[in-house]
Design a protein around this ligand. Structure first.
Ligand SMILES: Cc1cc2nc3c(=O)[nH]c(=O)nc-3n(C[C@H](O)[C@H](O)[C@H](O)COP(=O)(O)O)c2cc1C
Length: 198
């Protein structure tokens, strides 16, 4: 049984009996973000997963030691890319908890703007995710990559210039007032369903 004895009423049988099944799971999503878009994605995943009557806890990578990882049925890690890299804290978390991650259903997703390109929006075609997987010994059981957000007005001057330059090279938006969300929310929701069912 998964979920420590929490039961969900699944409805009634033809005879009118209440059918009770031990389906509720405790799912942890650990995120690494700089500008907050990965948290927005985590919250959408939470909405989808909780429609299955599971319970989702979302925790920042800085706070993972404050939760009892063993107490969760599934663990999901999500991290955004900044200047070509996921945060070193993500690698550290994985290294320190690999055995525990491997002992449960688990998943990883990456958030970056290269994934706005159709030919780079799958786990096996996204260069950051491929590079990431080569660097870690953990083999996440489920993977996803989501296109992120560009929000020039909120970036510091140098960051804004750098990202505009990268966007210019890769034929993305460069106007300094641009705020654009490339995230395919159907893709996020579909991943939520995968997590709920894994
Ligand atoms: C300073 C900066 C550097 C970035 N570097 C990259 C990059 O190298 N490759 C990429 O695909 N996206 C890059 N991005 C885009 C972010 O991955 C995207 O904005 C994502 O939505 C950020 O998620 P977060 O808000 O959770 O940190 C960068 C964004 C910023 C602001």
């Amino acid at each position: 049984m998964v979920g420590g004895g929490i039961f969900r009423l699944n409805g009634e049988s033809e005879e009118g009996d209440r059918v009770q099944t031990p389906t509720q799971q405790k799912i942890l999503i650990i995120y690494s973000t700089t500008d907050g878009h990965t948290i927005v994605i985590c919250k959408r995943l939470q909405e989808v997963i909780e429609q299955h009557a599971h319970r989702v806890t979302i925790v920042g990578i800085d706070d993972w030691q404050q939760v009892d990882l063993k107490g969760f049925d599934k663990i999901v890690v999500g991290a955004s890319i900044r200047y070509g890299k996921h945060s070193p804290k993500v690698f550290d978390f994985i290294k320190r908890n690999q055995a525990l991650l491997d002992s449960k259903p688990n998943a990883f997703f990456s958030v970056n703007v290269v994934a706005r390109k159709p030919e780079k929006n799958q786990p096996h075609t996204n260069p950051y995710l491929l590079k990431f997987l080569k660097r870690i010994a953990w083999k996440p059981k489920q993977l996803a990559v989501f296109a992120g957000k560009i929000d020039y007005p909120r970036y510091k001057f140098l960051d804004r210039m750098m990202i505009r330059f990268i966007m210019w090279i890769t034929k993305g938006p460069t106007h300094p007032s641009t705020v654009v969300e490339f995230t395919n929310w159907q893709q996020v929701e579909a991943f939520g369903q995968v997590i709920a069912g894994m």
